[in-house]
Design a protein around this ligand. Structure first.
Ligand SMILES: [Zn+2]
Length: 256
C-alpha cells in the first residue's frame, strides 16, 4: 500500500517537472529562431510588451485562470502553449512508465525536449534552426554511447540512410521538404535506429498528407499553402519511438 502511494507521488512529481520543462522548451523554441537569449529578458507579452509575473508562468494553470488572455492587454494567448506543455508533461511520465529506472528514460526525455523545441519553432517561424540540432547532436551521441541501440551501429546507419533518403526527396520535390527537415531526420535516425526512423518518416508523411488533404477538402487550406512538417515529424517519431512493436503488430494485422 505504501509502495503504491510512493509510485503515485513519483508520477505526479514527474508530471509537474514535465509541465515546467515543457514550458521552458516552448520559450526556447520561440526565442532561438528570433535570435533572442533564452534567459534574458524575462518572458513578456509580445502584444503589449508587459513583463509576465512569476505566478502567471505556472504551466497550463495560468492559462486557465487567465481564460487564455494576457492580463495587460486581453490579447489571446495561443492554445498551442498550454497544449504543448500538457503533451510534454504526459509523455514525460509515459517515458518513465515504459523505460523505468534505465538509461533509455534519459534518452526519451532528451528526445521529448528536442521535439517540443522543434514544434514550437516550426509552428512559430516555419523553421528548424541548426543551432537547436547542433546543441542536441553531442548530447545524443554521448547518451547512445552509454545506452546503445541493438545492434550498436543501427543509429549510425539510421542517420546516414535517413540523410541520403531525405536529401534525395528534398531535391526531387524541389523544396517540398526543407533542409531543416533533412538534418532533423538524420539526427532522429541516430537516436531511433534504422527501423525506428523509417517508421517515423512513414507515419509523419502519412499524417501530414491526411491533414493536408483534409484541410483542402474542408476548404481551410489552398493547395499551395505550406504546412510546417515539424509537428508531424514529432508525432510520427513519438509513435515510432514509444510504440514501435505495437504499431508494427497492428500493421501486420491489417495487411498480413
Ligand atoms: Zn499583453
Amino acid at each position: 500500500m505504501k509502495k503504491a502511494g510512493c509510485m503515485i507521488g513519483l508520477i505526479v512529481y514527474l508530471f509537474l517537472v514535465g509541465l515546467v520543462l515543457g514550458s521552458f522548451y516552448n520559450v526556447v523554441g520561440l526565442r532561438i529562431p528570433a535570435g533572442q537569449s533564452i534567459i534574458h529578458p524575462r518572458s513578456f507579452c509580445p502584444s503589449c510588451l508587459r513583463t509576465i509575473r512569476i505566478w502567471e508562468l505556472i504551466p497550463v494553470c495560468s492559462y486557465i485562470w487567465q481564460k487564455g488572455k494576457c492580463r495587460g492587454c486581453d490579447v489571446r494567448i495561443p492554445l498551442l502553449y498550454p497544449s504543448l506543455e500538457l503533451i510534454h508533461g504526459l509523455l514525460f511520465v509515459l517515458a518513465f512508465q515504459l523505460f523505468g529506472w534505465s538509461g533509455e528514460t534519459i534518452v526519451a526525455w532528451t528526445l521529448l525536449a528536442l521535439l517540443t523545441v522543434i514544434v514550437a519553432s516550426d509552428l512559430g517561424y516555419m523553421l528548424i534552426p541548426n543551432k537547436i540540432l547542433l546543441f542536441f547532436l553531442p548530447v545524443f551521441v554521448i547518451e547512445r554511447i552509454f545506452v546503445p541501440l541493438q545492434p550498436w551501429w543501427s543509429g549510425i546507419a539510421g542517420a546516414c540512410i535517413s540523410f541520403f533518403f531525405l536529401f534525395m526527396i528534398a531535391i526531387l520535390s524541389k523544396g517540398g521538404i526543407g533542409g531543416g527537415d533533412v538534418k532533423l531526420f538524420a539526427l532522429l535516425g541516430f537516436v531511433l535506429g534504422i527501423k525506428g526512423v523509417l517508421l517515423a518518416f512513414f507515419l509523419a508523411s502519412f499524417l501530414g498528407t491526411v491533414f493536408g488533404v483534409g484541410g483542402i477538402i474542408a476548404g481551410a487550406m489552398k493547395r499551395q499553402s505550406a504546412i510546417p512538417f515539424g509537428p508531424f515529424i514529432a508525432l510520427g517519431t513519438i509513435i515510432s519511438y514509444f510504440f514501435e512493436p505495437n504499431v508494427l503488430r497492428y500493421y501486420f494485422l491489417l495487411f498480413p
